[in-house]
Design a protein around this ligand. Structure first.
Ligand code: ATP
Ligand code: MN
Length: 256
């Protein structure tokens, strides 16, 4: 905590000519002062007890394991303030009436929008009973959510799951098909980046994660994204030797 305080309070970060450096820090996997300050405040307020190791360092975000004030686990997803990474995400936001204030020229506003989008979409999933991390709190580009895993160990991604039988694989495939359908029918959302990397397997069930790029089913590209999602899903299960895949056409009709 003292380190955290010193780092965030240190006067050099308050000089305007240092802002570039602090912005850059996030892209280099070093936590930038802004992020540290947000986490510091969350700890100070008792919302979080501690923020521990990194669960995942990705292109767009880092995910940390944390302990909440009440002792329960949390995952803290910190979006990176890098313009380059988010450039190819424009297609998801263009045509989204929910994100008209998306600001391409301000990377900090931009990542805040992504975090906000993810929090809202997670909320929509939870509202209809789809397994997804519950949102704990959103602070700018820092999203605190329910930790999916055991004792600080994140649940395996679908990619890492070894199915004990063809029946269990079949059940998982069916569960995924139904989940995508409910997401479409009840949440009016298309995941947009559905794959064996963005599904966790926890307590015998799939948990949907990484929904910051998910779009309304009325988004001009929604159908294209949905088709890609379905192709990914079938390709994964085909690779695992699944014998009874639905055709893409049947799956598409079922979902829509
Ligand atoms: P990138 O694409 O840059 O890797 P990302 O945007 O894909 O980042 P996520 O997919 O949301 O980020 O999360 C990355 C990884 O962090 C996941 O694969 C998962 O292992 C872990 N993770 C994310 N959210 C949680 C959570 N709520 N509980 C446990 N682990 C999580
Ligand atoms: Mn992901």
């Amino acid at each position: 905590l003292n380190e955290l305080r010193e780092a965030t309070m240190s006067s050099k970060y308050h000089k305007t000519n240092e802002i570039d450096r602090s912005e850059r820090a996030t892209t280099e996997n070093v936590m930038d002062p802004r992020t540290r300050m947000i986490l510091y405040k969350l700890v100070n307020s008792g919302m979080l007890r501690e923020v521990n190791g990194c669960v995942s360092t990705g292109k767009e975000a880092n995910v940390y394991y944390a302990v909440r004030g009440d002792g329960s686990d949390a995952a803290v997803k910190v979006y990176k303030t890098s313009i380059l990474v988010f450039k190819d995400r424009e297609q998801y936001v263009a045509g989204e009436f929910r994100f008209q204030r998306y600001c391409k020229s301000n990377p900090r506003k931009m990542v805040r929008t992504w975090a906000e989008k993810e929090a809202r979409n997670l909320g929509r999933l939870a509202n209809v009973g789809i397994r997804a991390p519950r949102v704990v709190i959103l602070r700018q580009h820092v999203l605190v959510m329910e930790f999916i895993g055991v004792d600080g160990w994140p649940a395996p991604r679908l990619k890492e799951v070894k199915f004990p039988s063809t029946t269990s694989m079949d059940r998982c495939y069916l569960e995924l098909c139904v989940t995508v359908r409910i997401m479409f029918q009840s949440c009016k959302l298309v995941h947009g980046d559905l794959s064996e990397y963005n599904l966790l397997f926890h307590e015998g069930h799939l948990v949907v994660i990484d929904v910051s790029q998910s779009v309304e089913h009325e988004h001009p590209q929604a159908i294209a994204f949905l088709r890609r999602d379905i192709v990914n899903v079938n390709a994964f299960f085909r690779g695992r030797g699944h014998q009874h895949l639905f055709t893409l056409q049947d799956l598409y009709s079922f979902i829509t």
